[in-house]
Design a protein around this ligand. Structure first.
Ligand SMILES: NC(=O)c1ccc[n+]([C@@H]2O[C@H](COP(=O)([O-])OP(=O)(O)OC[C@H]3O[C@@H](n4cnc5c(N)ncnc54)[C@H](O)[C@@H]3O)[C@@H](O)[C@H]2O)c1
Length: 438
């Protein structure tokens, strides 16, 4: 067995901090409470349901991940969050209309207790929202300090020993890293000067890292994805990861495309369109927020299919993505994919995927897994960008110079081998026994 890294035990409670208490966050909170009460199953969550093979296949040792590693148990999770709207988790969940009244009613007493703190919000970065539960101070430095005070206050109120933060807020307008993102000093100067390139999600990420709180970014926002905050995370010893939860259509893409590539099947075109009618869809109806989403969704196929290595198969691939806001659908999104593929001697074929998907149902277990794995990483002393968590993201946050991995199956192997090593086991190579070193 390899030596196991030292992992601090999970004494006491873990506070999960959620900037943005909309569809995803409330589906997550209600789901965890529902599972805790024995009313439902945590389907979709690796930390709760998946096993991990340890040793040779013939040894038949397959413990649950949560038994193999000292993850925080669901019973020890506390919740706090921020939102632009003052609705508590129950009212916000009813409004989001993801879970049925039948599922929410038994949880109402608990959900009413989770009330959002005032948001650090600026409509310049999310054009379609305008709510009253917003901090009045406008200076970015003061907002960042106010979020830090909120984190300390929420920790004290909950009695938790530690926290993690998972951004479940809206998609902000597309921003590129600017001079204020070049270093910690430049970023802090930007806070003092109210630099327009610093959006609210960056303030939450900064505050979390300053407070030693691991941070995951579930939206395409720049957030912690800048040299300044990456350096800060290393300096403060805090794990970070992102960006944009891999749910619906992109999940399907990263399941199907590796299969085509593995079998050397060509792809000429991939047209993806969506209709959705929730608040996320309304925010994405703004072209500037859509741009941010389009960028995280677009990179997926190129890195999986590698057209530079396989020009005959993928060199002319035409990839188009559309998101259409269509209110009658609410959270019950529909995503269509038309895939033009080609086989032996170039003969053409087509695949149509019509995914009647519930985005927040797919996203909620991701929030749970990220919270528990980031907490584990923090207790193990892992810091900076956690590429092993790429499995959960549309556009994995990677070190400068590293190439993103989008193939779900390679990401999965990477995730599980990291978990094996954290638990003191050998990584699995999948080599036949006679080729393995003695
Ligand atoms: N639903 C999914 O499956 C999915 C998948 C991938 C990514 N995402 C991303 O996750 C995020 C949440 O999705 P959702 O469906 O829950 O959206 P939602 O609109 O239901 O919830 C987002 C919430 O964030 C709040 N908010 C916006 N800016 C804020 C700020 N600065 N501070 C605090 N609160 C703020 C909004 O008021 C809203 O209630 C979005 O960015 C979305 O693009 C969602």
């Amino acid at each position: 067995m390899a030596t196991s890294p030292t992992i601090r035990p999970h004494d006491g409670k873990l506070l999960v901090l959620l900037p943005g208490m909309g569809a995803v966050a409330t589906t997550f909170i209600a789901g965890v409470e529902s599972v805790r009460r024995g009313l439902a199953q945590p389907i979709g969550s690796l930390t709760q349901l998946q096993t991990i093979r340890v040793g040779a296949r013939s040894e038949n040792k397959n413990p649950l991940i949560k038994d193999f590693l000292p993850l925080a148990p669901l019973g020890d999770i506390e919740f706090a969050g921020w939102d632009v709207y003052p609705d508590d988790a129950y009212d916000a969940a009813v409004r989001a209309d993801v879970l049925t009244q039948q599922d929410l009613a038994p949880l109402a007493d608990f959900l009413h207790t989770v009330k959002p703190m005032q948001a650090a919000f600026d409509p310049a970065y999310v054009k379609r929202l305008d709510g009253p539960n917003v901090k009045q101070t406008k200076s970015k430095r003061e907002l960042a300090e106010a979020i830090r005070a909120d984190i300390k206050g929420a920790l004290a109120k909950s009695g938790a020993t530690r926290a993690v933060m998972v951004w479940c807020g809206s998609t902000e307008v597309y921003l590129r890293p600017g001079p204020c993102h070049a270093s910690i000093e430049a970023f802090e100067k930007g806070l003092d000067n109210n630099d327009a390139n610093i959006a609210p999600s960056q303030l939450y990420a900064y505050a979390a890292i300053m407070e030693g709180v691991p941070y995951a970014n579930g939206a395409p926002n720049l957030s912690a994805d800048s040299p300044a905050l990456e350096a800060l995370a290393l300096e403060k010893g805090v794990p970070i990861c992102g960006k944009d939860f891999k749910t619906g259509q992109t999940l399907m893409k990263t399941i199907l495309a590796p299969g085509f590539k593995a079998r050397m099947i060509g792809v000429d075109g991939w047209f993806s369109t969506n209709i959705l009618g929730n608040r996320d869809g309304e925010v994405l109806d703004d072209p500037e927020s859509f741009k941010a989403k389009e960028v995280t969704k677009s990179g997926v196929l190129d890195t999986i299919l590698q057209p530079d290595l396989y020009p005959d198969l993928y060199g002319n691939l035409y990839h188009k993505i559309r998101i259409n806001y269509y209110p009658p659908r609410g959270d019950a999104k529909e995503g269509w994919d038309n895939i033009d593929i080609k086989g032996w001697l170039g003969y053409k074929m087509q695949i149509k995927v019509d995914f009647l998907c519930r985005d927040s149902i797919l996203a909620a277990p991701i929030v749970l897994d990220l919270a528990l794995f980031l907490d584990l990483a923090g207790r193990t002393g892992m810091k900076g960008i956690q590429e092993w968590l790429s499995f959960y993201f549309k556009s994995p946050h990677v070190e400068q110079g590293h190439v993103q991995e989008h193939d779900l199956f390679i990401q999965h192997i990477g995730l599980k081998n990291t978990l094996r090593v954290l638990g003191g086991a050998e990584p699995v190579t999948h080599l036949p026994e006679d080729l393995r070193e003695a």
